[in-house]
Design a protein around this ligand. Sequence first.
Ligand code: PCA
Length: 200
Amino acid sequence: MKKLLLTGFEPFLNFAFNPTESIVEYLNGRTIGNYTIHGVVLPVDFNRSAEELITHYHHINPDAVITLGMAAHRKRITPERVAINIKDGAPDNDGYVPEDEPVQENGADAYFSKLPIKNIVTCLREKGIPAAISNTAGTYLCNNVMYSLLHELHQTDKTIPAGFVHIPASFEIAMDEPEMPAWPLSTLQEGIETMIQTLE
Ligand code: PCA
């Protein structure tokens, strides 16, 4: 049986809930397709998230990595195409606000996802789950984690499926945010399981 490292994030900004945290905790230890899931929840902290991810990665030594984050206001499940070498934006959970900082000094400007993003979108849509490729993961923690993961794989010459997927908000969040597009947690979870089944 192969191993999949599946990560989510704790709640952040003014959201009291993060669906990626619940999904990762629920799927941890389960088997889907060819993979046993090793679920890890990462902090929304520029100084800790990437380091914790890379530590877990080396400890678990997975055959594939899917990192997840919530993108409030998105209406589809969106595999990210590219991560860029920039940290910028809103405060993290420690109050840190980076401005135009590189994720990695002297790192490549960008790395492309190593997940089968087109196939993932096709499989999700065949199941009736709205999905599309996204061409920007932003400059906040999700991009930071995606870039750091792909940089580490590049530095160590690893060619496993690996990348980042943003998911929409869930009902738990929309309860207090009337304008927020949101999905049931169970559908988001079905989407993640479908995605894992696309991996060989
Ligand atoms: N989404 C944020 C960080 C944590 C999360 O779930 C992002 O898109 O950067």
